[in-house]
Design a protein around this ligand. Structure first.
Ligand code: CP
Length: 295
């Protein structure tokens, strides 16, 4: 694996190897053992052109736990403010000494372009509405933790699907792990050419799903959620009570409390939201280590 840009090209064996390695790294961290030395002497650079809490911080911690040096470029105080291009920024960060670049951008395809310009391994930390492959990986780890398997589970991905890079990565990845998928949301927010079933209501599916995966309504990409959205797709205690006893609720974060999910449901025992966050660090360790092996 030269770069980690998409999950579309990864087979089940590749995915499960990364998931197994994530669990391995998690057990090392839980035992409070010292950092590994897999990336000793290497430098990981985080270049985030869009805001992030979970992804950026967990890549930083993942790199440190692997023994790497970490550079984090803040666009607000970098020469990007003086008009430096993405290409020149990537070449400059590489020349300073970065061995692996972690890139987030609002435009689809930017991480792939950086991988072509620099020849360094690149991790896609989210590109526009295209993909967020490490989010899908940590979600798969979280699901397998809870159910002990992925095969035969039914997942409904609900909400602002059309803007969601997370949904795209999940649609590529989950069927490969044996998870059956459906999408639900307002018609305008659903793809017209989906390979999986699309519903304009979640109510008929609530009693069947094992995983209710709620998406953030992405106001920064023009989506607006009014009262109609909350009443049709928002998940509060009443809808949650219609789920199967062992069904879980997931969300990539950040959550809009009171929009796609109520505070009670977000903080309930069904919610795996913080488990997802916690699995971000070991999952990203697994990805960085896989890339370090080939550099
Ligand atoms: N899930 C996710 O990508 O969150 P951040 O934007 O906080 O990184």
């Amino acid at each position: 694996m030269k770069s980690f840009l998409s999950v579309a090209t990864l087979g089940r064996g590749d995915l499960e190897a990364l998931m197994d390695n994530a669990v391995h790294f998690r057990s090392i961290s839980e035992a409070r053992q010292p950092n590994t030395t897999d990336l000793a002497g290497r430098t990981v650079a985080n270049i985030f052109y869009e805001p992030s809490t979970r992804t950026r911080l967990s890549f930083e911690l993942a790199a440190r736990r692997l023994g790497a040096n970490v550079l984090t470029l803040d666009p607000e105080v970098s020469s990007m403010r003086k008009g430096e291009s993405i290409r020149d920024t990537a070449l400059t960060v590489s020349a300073i000494g970065a061995d692996i670049l972690v890139v987030r951008h609002s435009r689809e395809g930017v991480p792939e372009q950086v991988a072509e310009w620099t020849s360094k391994p690149v991790v896609n930390a989210g590109d526009g509405s295209n993909e967020h492959p490490t989010q899908a990986l940590l979600d798969a780890v979280t699901i397998r933790d809870r159910f002990g398997r992925t095969d035969g589970l039914l997942m409904a991905i609900v909400g602002d699907v059309s803007h969601s890079r997370v949904a795209n990565s999940l649609v590529h990845m989950m069927p490969r792990l044996g998870v059956d998928l459906m999408l639900a949301g307002p018609e305008d927010w659903l793809p017209t050419d989906s390979p999986v079933p699309c519903l304009d209501s979640i109510d008929e599916a609530l009693g069947d799903v094992d995983i209710l995966y709620l998406l953030r309504v992405q106001s920064e990409r023009g989506a607006k959620a009014g009262e109609d959205y909350v009443s049709r797709f928002g998940v509060g205690p009443e809808r949650a009570s219609r789920l199967k006893e062992d069904a879980v609720i997931m969300h990539p974060g950040p959550i809009n409390r009171g929009v796609e999910i109520s505070p009670e449901v977000a903080d309930s025992t069904r919610s795996l939201i913080l488990n997802q966050v916690a699995n971000g660090v070991p999952s990203r360790m697994a990805v960085l280590q896989a890339l370090a092996v080939v550099t």
